[in-house]
Design a protein around this ligand. Structure first.
Ligand SMILES: NC(=O)c1ccc[n+]([C@@H]2O[C@H](COP(=O)([O-])OP(=O)(O)OC[C@H]3O[C@@H](n4cnc5c(N)ncnc54)[C@H](OP(=O)(O)O)[C@@H]3O)[C@@H](O)[C@H]2O)c1
Length: 257
């Protein structure tokens, strides 16, 4: 019998899981989100019902996913009637699984350690799902759930997951913000961002064989004072970028082996 899944949220992660599980032959029973048109748009792609009402989540399901912003998670969970008929899951890197304790004895975390944007397909399709479970039975069922969509799982407790999420913010979100600054510097000088793509790709590829500390290059690690000063001068119209530049350069120099 097909696995039945209801999803709360219609954003980046909800879209990934809804489409993946649907393509794997699971039944996506419903998509519920704050803005009904967002739920309808995703639901139409996976033949699900769309709703903006959490009180009416169907109970004849195997899994209920909450893929909503962290700040909305508790309020969303509170609105769904208590039930042990299905397994309650959230996809957050930083919220404890204890959030479900008052609603059910079958719950867990299904946190995909990847970055998702709903407008693009993933290039890197192999990544772990960090799981946590209220019992051994739930743990086994989550391992099985992940295999339905060709993903592996790794059991990580809430405390360790918070630190992994923090590290992921530095590695992914902050790197991407620096790419955005780089893009704006080039744009201001009528230069295309794709000039940098081979450099960015090699920076990441090197990490497969080298520790990040050993892989560092550039004026800060070489202590090229004239170049560092010239870059600060070039940033005189962007004091926030200059502050980031100076802080990161000082950090690179402070951590020099
Ligand atoms: N994006 C990633 O790369 C990534 C990776 C791993 C884990 N996560 C985690 O996955 C979760 C979702 O992230 P995301 O990037 O998918 O977020 P997102 O794209 O911003 O989507 C959040 C969704 O939450 C819905 N929502 C917010 N408040 C709601 C409420 N009160 N009732 C019902 N729905 C509500 C929104 O509904 P509307 O669309 O109707 O406004 C939206 O569809 C977060 O816990 C995040 O930490 C994200």
């Amino acid at each position: 019998m097909s696995i039945k899944i209801a999803i709360v949220g219609a954003g980046n992660v909800a879209s990934f899981f809804a489409k993946k599980f649907h393509a794997a032959g699971c039944t996506i029973v419903s998509i519920t989100s704050k803005n009904l048109s967002h739920a309808q748009s995703l639901a139409s792609e996976v033949q699900a019902l769309a709703s903006n009402n959490l009180y009416t989540i169907p109970s004849d399901i195997d899994y209920l996913f909450f893929a909503v912003s962290d700040d909305a998670l508790k309020a969303c969970v509170d609105q769904v009637p208590a039930s042990n008929h299905f397994c309650w899951l959230h996809t957050s890197g930083s919220v404890s699984n204890a959030i479900f304790e008052e609603k059910t004895n079958r719950y867990g975390v299904f946190y995909p350690l990847q970055t998702f944007s709903k407008s693009v397909s993933l290039q890197q399709t192999k990544f772990p799902v960090l799981i946590e479970a209220s019992s051994n039975d739930v743990q086994k069922s989550l391992e099985n759930l992940a295999t339905q969509i060709q993903l592996t799982t790794k059991y990580v407790n809430s405390e360790n997951r918070k630190h992994i999420h923090l590290a992921a913010v530095f590695a992914c979100n902050f790197s991407n913000h620096l790419f955005q600054i780089a893009s704006e510097i080039l744009k201001e000088n009528q230069l295309p961002f794709d000039l940098l793509l081979p450099l960015i790709q090699e920076t990441v590829a090197k990490l497969q064989v080298m520790d990040p500390a050993a892989a560092q290059t550039g004026p800060a690690i070489r202590n090229d004072q004239a170049t560092l000063a010239a870059h600060v001068t070039l940033l005189k119209d962007h004091p926030q970028w200059e502050a980031i530049y100076s802080l990161l350069s000082a950090q690179i120099q402070a951590t020099k082996a």
